[in-house]
Design a protein around this ligand. Structure first.
Ligand code: COA
Length: 193
């Protein structure tokens, strides 16, 4: 597939490129990434180069994972990254620490999910989200996007080396938001907004 750009009210979602390597390297030093993501740890400049020069373009070309950079303006600095995998249309995202808390990831994720379910990925009827149990910030993004929490029998995710699994939260989103979706989070996020 050829890379597709998406615009939201405050963001441009476009291709992460080799020129983003310095910022990606810096953001990926965040200890939260060691805990919650499967990005390499420790994270080096070579990891960023391989991600941007190989993984991103190759995965667009094969359609195995579609990855966007979040930017405020076209050609501007990368703020974060979001992707959808072909396997179960799983959503993944991270935001550089200094750009969090402004609702930007919720805005980007809403746009990517809508694009996916509106024919961007042919045949996609659901998007999957999952996170290591306790990742409240990610769960709040999923709730804001209209995901409904589900409790599969094997609610785990593999760790970065694949040898162990951790308890995980799972959720799904269909084209129309299930009216029960928001309340499905009460058990883990509390009933308050
Ligand atoms: C998860 C993450 C992408 C959220 O990015 P963000 O831009 O701050 O998200 P938003 O500003 O859209 O916030 C979405 C919700 O999360 C809440 N939130 C943001 N940071 C939070 C934190 N540290 N703790 C608790 N809630 C938090 C916001 O209040 C908001 O909640 P609301 O919609 O219920 O009001 C970011 O925290 C991150 O990169 N974390 C590390 C990587 C990661 O865990 N990725 C997800 C893996 S599954």
């Amino acid at each position: 597939m050829r890379p597709v750009g998406i615009r939201t009210t405050r963001l441009v979602l476009d291709l992460p490129v080799p020129a983003d390597a310095e910022l990606v390297t810096r953001y990926c030093q965040d200890p939260l990434f060691e805990r919650y993501l499967t990005t390499p740890w420790p994270y080096t400049r070579a990891d960023a180069r391989a991600f941007l020069s190989e993984h991103v373009p190759e995965s667009w070309a094969s359609g195995t994972e579609l990855t966007w950079a979040l930017r405020r303006v076209e050609g501007g600095p990368l703020l974060g990254v979001i992707s959808v995998r072909d396997t179960q249309h799983e959503l993944g995202f991270w935001m550089g620490a200094e750009h969090r808390g402004e609702g930007l990831m919720s805005e980007a994720a809403t746009a990517v999910v809508d694009w996916t379910l509106d024919g961007g990925i042919r045949g996609a009827t659901t998007v999957l989200w999952r996170a290591v149990e306790g990742n409240v910030a990610s769960a709040r993004v999923a709730r804001a996007v209209g995901f409904r929490r589900i409790e599969p029998a094997d609610a785990t995710v593999p760790t970065r080396d694949g040898t162990v699994t951790l308890p995980a939260w799972y959720a799904v989103r269909e084209a129309s938001v299930d009216p029960a979706a928001h309340a499905s989070w009460d058990a883990v996020l509390g009933a308050a907004a």
